[in-house]
Design a protein around this ligand. Structure first.
Ligand code: GLC
Ligand code: CA
Length: 575
């Protein structure tokens, strides 16, 4: 096999921070940059060497900062550009790196560029965004230029009274899409959103919705898959458009190649491995790696994400195998992740968050993740086994535009049908983006030690913060937190196998256990995980050697047991 090049971002472990919910340093109820700085030693001690922070830019916060009104300023409640420079320094002085979110498919409608663009049809920035005239039905009713549905429900087009045209917004109507066809716009994006921060020492970017910038010029209607409603899912039409690779190549050549950066793209709606390889092959400089979404899309509805359908373990194995193996024999690179700010918590989604199982489940998932090839990403709170909000939270406790808009659209469409709304609520309880956005649980003082504000944080604190928090886990050797530390160390100690090895799956149809192997040269490992709350027979794969237990999440076991306890995980080395 080819020995992979060892670049810092390959062996690194990334920790994602959601600024609003990490640590509030001045008791206004919102997390902030000084709060993050105060926790850098905690993060380093966990075994992390790269921090990614979700958008901290100036923003009216319709989509929690993914609607940016100024790339070169920090949202005032989070801090200042000086605070960001201090954060860069705090990371670099500890041998860590910092990457930012790069959100350049759209800006906020409050960005100066858009204000100019919408001011008149002949404004020089008019075509920095995507404007189109209306269509008219036979009876004269005005209809949008096409039937695309926005990710946050409703049409992807917003009518502008002032200039009598529609503008495109794939996300909220406050997030107009930039027109990447215009080279002047692209240059402005590179300067303002990228160079500004790279010059201040930032080490790279997580690139938001990286495959949506080239939409083609036709903007055709999407086929109807959700009958009875005008707006249709259209990702097949606006993702991976004709000039996508050209744009990323240009971004790399004009900006990134001048710095030592790490670039990870968010790549939804791209199921073909050969296609993904075009983005991440090291020869064709575009991206270093991407997040492919199959694992976190498991069970999501066909007509809409929040029409949850459930999934089987064999389905999860299938997608993990696919995306672990897709770089085999290539010069591409991959990522390992199962949580981020857009997902429900992994313990609640894939295992059990019941009191008797949640810690063991969290440890088992830590084993699965730490044994995977690629750059590993951990989301804040995952290291202490944070779980989804309790099921009795009413819709009013959910804040996210995606779930709230969808809930309201179904309420309207079905005239408040309890069955339809019950199903949506169930889906939100599993998949809602808010679960990951609950305040970080630091200790057992009010509001989990996240804020000292009297009436609490911007978002409701999890009811179980007294049971699940950092302080109670730090000095407890058997805690989830200490297990993660141990696993991250194990991953590092055996980096050939775990970070760079080849992946083999066994017994793919088994719906209870997930058994996989890793290989690198003559080294081999076997990972066995029980995804149920019952004992399961452990079918040892035939690996032609002696299996010696390296690590397990059930105390007292020596690895020889024929059965896996509920949510037990074991990693063996093959000698
Ligand atoms: C990405 C972000 C998500 C955001 C969207 C629009 O998917 O992860 O949080 O809402 O892009 O920027
Ligand atoms: Ca604050």
């Amino acid at each position: 096999m080819t020995v992979t090049q060892r670049i810092w971002w390959k062996d690194g472990v990334v920790y994602q921070i959601y600024p609003a919910s990490y640590k509030d340093s001045n008791n206004d109820g919102l997390g902030d940059i000084p709060g993050i700085i105060s926790k850098i030693d905690y993060i380093k001690d966990l075994g992390i060497n790269i921090i990614w922070i979700s958008p901290m830019y100036d923003s009216p916060q319709h989509d929690m900062g993914y609607d940016i009104s100024n790339y070169e300023a920090v949202y005032a409640p989070y801090g200042t550009v000086d605070d960001m420079e201090r954060l860069v320094e705090a990371c670099h002085s500890r041998g860590m790196r910092l990457i930012l979110d790069l959100v350049v498919n759209h800006t906020s409608d409050e960005h100066e560029w858009f204000k100019e663009s919408r001011s008149s049809k002949d404004n020089p920035k008019r075509d920095w965004y995507i404007w189109k005239p209306a269509r008219y039905a036979a009876d004269g009713t005005r209809i949008p230029p096409n039937n695309w549905r926005s990710f946050f429900s409703g049409s992807a087009w917003q009518w502008d009274e002032h200039t009598q045209e529609y503008y495109l917004h794939l996300f909220a109507k406050q997030q107009p899409d930039l027109n990447w066809e215009n080279p002047v716009t692209r240059r402005a994006i590179y300067d303002s959103a990228m160079e500004f921060w790279l010059k201040r020492g930032v080490d790279g970017f997580r690139v938001d919705t990286v495959n949506m910038y080239s939409k083609g010029t036709e903007l055709k209607d999407a086929p109807i898959i959700d009958p009875g409603i005008f707006e249709q899912p259209a990702s097949g039409l606006f993702c991976n458009g004709p000039r996508m690779h050209e744009f990323l190549r240009e971004m790399n050549a004009e900006v990134l190649s001048k710095y030592d950066t790490m670039i990870v793209g968010e790549l939804p709606h791209t199921p073909d491995p050969a296609h993904v390889l075009r983005y991440v092959g090291s020869g064709d400089k575009q991206l270093d790696m991407v997040f492919q979404f199959d694992i976190v899309d498991l069970g999501t509805g066909k007509t809409h994400k929040y029409e949850y359908e459930g999934y089987q373990l064999s389905g999860m194995k299938e997608v993990i195998r696919k995306w672990q193996q897709f770089i085999d024999g290539s010069d591409g690179w991959t990522t390992a992740f199962c949580e981020n700010h857009d997902q429900g918590r992994s313990v609640s989604r894939y295992t059990s968050d019941a009191p008797q199982w949640r810690e063991r489940s969290a440890k088992m998932l830590a084993m699965m993740m730490c044994a995977m090839t690629g750059t590993l990403f951990i989301y804040q709170g995952q290291e202490i086994g944070m779980i989804n909000a309790p099921k009795d939270w009413p819709i009013e406790d959910y804040k996210d535009i995606e779930s709230v808009n969808y809930y309201n659209s179904v309420a309207q469409r079905t005239n408040n049908d309890p069955k339809a709304l019950g199903h949506v609520m169930k889906s939100i309880q599993i998949l809602g983006r808010d679960h990951a956005r609950l305040p970080m649980q630091w200790d057992s003082t009010p509001y989990a030690g996240f804020t000292g504000k009297k009436d609490g944080a911007w978002m409701r604190t999890h009811d179980l913060y007294k049971e699940i928090n950092v302080a109670s886990q730090l000095n407890k050797p058997s805690s989830v937190l200490n297990f993660w530390k141990k696993m991250l160390k194990t991953r590092k100690d055996y980096k050939d196998l775990f970070i760079h090895g080849q992946f083999d799956a066994f017994d793919m149809q088994n719906q209870e256990t997930f058994v996989f192997g890793k290989r690198f040269g003559n080294d081999r490992a076997v990972v066995a995980l029980n995804f149920t709350d019952e004992e399961q027979v452990f079918k040892r794969p035939d690996v032609g050697g002696k299996m010696e237990l390296l690590v397990g999440n059930v105390e007292g076991g020596d690895g020889s047991e024929e059965k896996l306890m509920p949510y037990e995980g074991r990693i063996y080395l093959v000698c």
